[in-house]
Design a binder for this molecule. Structure first.
Ligand code: UD2
Ligand code: MN
Length: 577
């Protein structure tokens, strides 16, 4: 998609020139202006029309009134009084966000326009497809859910909004029962509500929403979002050009305690959605080379994957890909499933800088996974990852995942024969193709993983306790605790290149002791050696061994003493419990 940038000076020159030249050319110019408007979003031609003909949609936001002064207006943080703090912390526990704060902020509050200035000058086709905005929710707070709805209604050109479709994933909170049906009657049918008959999880609920939707395009939002100025046309335009493009807005942050609206990226930097080999979602700055493929910095660009919550797609295309894999459970991994499926089976994903949407990142997840989590053994999100990689990865890449998540080998992924059949039927390309042509920047940050030489819990022979991150994030000292056999913070891996890892983090040593640190991006090696005979863990650079202090439990490097049991360690491989 190309931008049409109308700088004022140029415009005046254009208008002046147009008024001066002979009438015949002037008439031709006017007659062609409609075509220019229609397709200018896709061509590099400069728009040759009067400014009022081009700017309406590019700035569509009749209600974002800048001078509103109420709580949270302008996206400013709203700070509660001291006597409200008790209620506030109770809602934090219940919803993962401060609902007392949210309840005091207008459902139609103004927020800062966080787009690149250039975005105001884009000109979009007038016959874009209509979208069903689908919002699935489970036990969400009232004002956050409805602020999402109001922001969509307020900031979407009505001719492109088929409906807002609310899909309740079996919530059991009173405020989401009859009161919600009653409330949405004010939207004159533009907002519809449907409900699951049992808890399905967000993934299946989205697929259900897509089936029920009436719009040509489906557009998903989480139930705690605020869409920004003119968010919709830029997401629809690439799909109008090509039905196999998924479009993704840039996600700004809304603070879960103060509801401050904060732009995620500024200064014209762009990021792509990628992943590490444990399938944690990451973002990586768009390379200069890639950025320069576009004429203007606000143009969409290709991305290997996306965060999951917010995106638009042609509805028929989504359904032709089988929607989400119905075997995925509740939450997690569906962003990869859909992304790999799209790219490998002939579609593409574009991130759209001129479409910005705020999202409340919660402090923690307030809901449990319900009955669905008991249907399968083992950690549910890892099972989802396993389903996805077993369907879409080639064998070589599967090994990277199992190296990083050794316990996943034992989990039951369920039946994926339908997914494999779909892949076959659609003639989808290999994962190697995807890595080489789309996700090539993953390797820069996360190179291929050497196999584990040892993994499991790392038990000290003298204390019989295990090395443990104790739930602390990096940088922090590693600790010791009772060996629990669940893995998690005690699951330690030593790879063939000497890197000692726990989850996505690494273990290193300095003068303070043995530490959990961020792994050096782009590297998979390290200084460690394990000797199975002496059971010592040796640091090649410092030429010392890991020792546990008998009294303090402090871990540090000491001159190697192979008969000292406080320097002896055993790796014990685990099974999922
Ligand atoms: C992120 C995504 C989220 C989803 C998830 C992985 C963003 C901003 N958010 O986590 O959309 O892709 O990763 O799966 O990219 N919900 C249900 N039923 C459930 C659980 C949740 O309907 O059983 C709803 C929930 O009310 C919310 C949406 O699903 O509207 C996403 O859930 P979340 O906000 O807890 O996920 P989030 O943002 O942590
Ligand atoms: Mn969310």
């Amino acid at each position: 998609m190309r931008i049409v940038q109308l700088r004022k000076s140029r415009l005046f020159k254009l208008v002046a020139a147009a008024l001066c030249i002979i009438p015949l050319i002037y008439i031709v110019f006017l007659q062609s202006s409609h075509e220019d408007i229609k397709f200018s979003a896709f061509s590099s031609k400069k728009v040759k029309t009067k400014p009022q003909l081009v700017s309406e949609l590019g700035n569509f936001d009749p209600r974002n009134v800048a001078d509103r002064t109420g709580a949270g207006e302008g996206g400013r943080p709203h700070i509660l009084r001291d006597d409200q703090q008790n209620d506030a912390s109770q809602t934090l526990t219940e919803f993962g966000m401060n609902m007392v704060c949210s309840d005091e902020i207008s459902l139609s509050r103004s927020i800062p326009d966080t787009r690149l200035a250039e975005c105001k000058h884009w000109n979009y086709p007038e016959d874009l497809p209509k979208a069903s905005v689908i919002i699935v929710f489970h036990n969400e707070g009232w004002s956050t859910l409805l602020r999402t709805v109001h922001s969509v209604i307020n900031r979407s050109p009505p001719q492109f909004l088929e409906e807002v479709l609310l899909v309740d994933d079996y919530s059991n909170k009173d405020h989401l029962k009859g009161r919600l049906e009653q409330y949405i009657t004010r939207f004159d049918g533009k907002v519809r509500l449907i409900r699951n008959k049992e808890r399905e999880g967000l993934i299946r609920t989205r697929s259900y929403g897509a089936k029920e939707a009436r719009g040509e395009v489906i557009l998903f939002l989480d139930a705690h979002c605020e869409v920004n100025v003119n968010w919709l046309p830029p997401l629809l335009a690439p799909i109008y050009r090509d039905k196999t493009i998924m479009t993704v807005p840039v996600i700004d942050g809304i603070d879960f305690k103060t509801f401050e609206y904060r732009p995620v990226y500024q200064g014209g930097h762009h990021y792509r959605g990628i992943f590490e080999w444990g399938m944690l979602y990451k973002e990586n700055e768009l390379s200069q080379k890639e950025a320069k493929k576009r004429e203007h910095n606000s143009e969409p660009y290709k991305s290997p994957t996306h965060a999951g919550g917010l995106f638009a797609m042609n509805r028929d295309y989504f359904l032709s890909l089988g929607a989400y894999d119905p075997g995925l459970l509740v939450w997690g991994g569906e962003n990869f499933e859909l992304s790999f499926k799209i790219w490998q089976c002939g579609g593409s994903i574009e991130w759209v800088p001129c479409s910005r949407v705020g999202h409340v990142y919660r402090g923690f997840m307030p809901y449990n996974f319900g009955k669905l989590s008991q249907k399968k053994k083992g950690p549910l999100v890892t099972i989802n990852y396993k389903r996805v990689i077993e369907t879409w990865f080639d064998d070589k890449f599967k090994e990277y995942f199992y190296t990083r998540e050794p316990l996943a080998r034992f989990l039951d992924k369920g039946d994926i024969s339908e997914q494999l059949a779909l892949k076959e039927r659609l003639g989808c390309k290999s994962f190697e193709w995807f890595m080489d042509n789309v996700a090539y920047d993953v390797y820069d940050k996360f190179p291929a993983l050497p196999p584990n030489l040892h993994w499991g819990e790392l038990r000290n022979v003298a204390s019989q306790n295990c090395m443990d991150t104790l739930g602390h994030g990096p940088p922090s000292l590693m600790g010791m605790s009772h060996c629990h056999g669940f893995g998690n913070n005690q699951l330690i891996r030593l790879n063939a290149k000497g890197q000692l890892g726990v989850g996505e983090r690494c273990i290193e040593a300095d003068t303070q002791g043995i530490k959990l640190v961020f792994c050096r991006l782009g590297t998979v090696d390290g200084p460690w050696e394990y000797d199975e005979t002496s059971r010592t863990l040796f640091h090649r650079v410092h030429k010392k061994c890991v020792a546990l202090h008998p009294q303090t439990s402090h871990l540090s490097l000491m001159p190697c003493d192979t008969v000292n049991t406080y320097q002896q360690w055993t790796f014990k491989e685990l099974q999922p419990k």
